[in-house]
Ligand binder design. Structure first.
Ligand code: DOR
Ligand code: ZN
Length: 345
């Protein structure tokens, strides 16, 4: 038996959804995580500070009794977003970041930004007040191959935006490529990247070899093995520019297992076990706390959590359900395809 004690982790990118699904999944996060950045891609999206305040109340009402969990709210950037509303939401302490979805990039992104020019007044205000922009970094044009969309985004959108507005704090979320890792590493300030649990574990073979495996499909889609290895190196390096954002994104099974399945992988329930396994494989258990519990708070300018969690390596495999039953329907849990031996005790 081996114990690893780390500060309580936070999840810097999470989809909690709403209604029955929210009530069905929130305990899997609040059990282990103290805080999470909550994605605003509901239907309709969380656009204004008033939307975020109402959504926050619904989340707080769903937290199981006894769990201490703080949802960190974000706004969904649209062409109509008001700089004054964003600033007021930030000043009140409610809004922790604004999310940029390129229109059409992913689930519920059709209200997103079509041209970055239309968002400049909001982005300039955010730069002024120090509010971070969380970025889904993929271009959407049909002539760009889906496996190249992140690299092309960096070159054609992200880098020009950073040159235009160097004071804007940017989180490149769910980095999936070596290109993304290398780009973040060139930055001296105002750019950091979150990495998901599943992108440290699967490459694109998981989705496509031996039949189509919809429960390994997410966006940005998992890439080739060399990219996964670059993500592992970044996450386990201790480099303060990289931290955990699970992008745990529940969809009910019928919406995943069909002719046009939704993107999203559900990892909230077993993320810490998966991460301990990955960090142990990389001989970097001493860097897990930086990745899951220290680098994110430092980037978002909040203190690390005082509480700790204990991960214990046990001889018998830790068992997780293959599916969870939410009031909205069954949601398949991420299967890392290896036995997990690290339990959160
Ligand atoms: O796989 C994903 N699922 N990627 C996203 O960007 C959105 C998310 C969702 O909301 O389902
Ligand atoms: Zn996401």
């Amino acid at each position: 038996m081996q114990d690893l004690v780390i500060r309580r982790p936070d999840d810097w990118h999470l989809h909690l959804r709403d209604g029955d699904m929210l009530r069905g999944v929130i305990a899997d996060t609040s059990r282990h995580f103290a805080r999470a950045i909550i994605m605003p891609n509901l239907v309709p999206p969380v656009v204004t500070s008033a939307d975020a305040a109402a959504y926050r109340e619904r989340i707080v009402a769903a937290i199981p009794a006894g769990d201490r969990f703080e949802p960190l709210m974000t706004l969904y950037l649209t062409a109509g977003t008001s700089p004054d509303d964003v600033e007021a939401g930030h000043k009140s302490g409610l809004v922790k970041a604004v999310k940029l979805y390129p229109a059409g990039a992913t689930t519920n992104s059709h209200s997103g930004v079509r041209n970055i020019d239309e968002a400049m007044p909001v982005l300039e205000r955010m730069a002024k007040i120090g509010l971070p922009l969380c970025v889904h970094g993929e271009v959407t044009s049909s002539d760009v191959d889906i496996f190249d969309r992140e690299a092309v985004f960096i070159e054609t959108v992200l880098d020009p935006l950073r040159k235009r507005l160097p004071e804007l704090k940017l989180t490149m979320e769910h980095v999936t490529t070596k290109d993304g890792v290398d780009y973040i590493k060139t930055s001296k300030a105002n750019l950091a990247g979150s990495i998901t649990t599943h992108h440290l574990i699967i490459n694109r073979n998981a989705i496509l070899v031996g039949g189509i495996k919809p429960h390994y499909y997410c966006l940005p889609v998992a890439k080739r093995e060399n990219h996964r290895l670059a993500l592992r190196a970044a996450a386990t390096s201790g480099d303060a520019r990289f931290f955990l954002g699970t992008d745990s994104a529940p969809h009910v099974d019928p919406l995943k297992e069909c002719a046009c399945g939704c993107a999203g992988i559900y990892t909230s329930i077993n993320t810490m076990s998966c991460l301990a396994h990955v960090f142990e494989e990389e001989n970097a258990l001493d860097k897990l706390e930086a990745f899951a519990s220290l680098n994110g708070p430092a980037w978002y300018g909040v203190p690390a959590n005082d509480e700790t969690i204990t991960l214990r390596k046990q001889v018998d495999a830790v068992s997780y359900p293959a599916k969870i039953d939410t009031g909205a329907g069954p949601v398949t849990v991420f299967d890392p395809m290896f036995p997990l031996h690290w339990a959160v005790v």
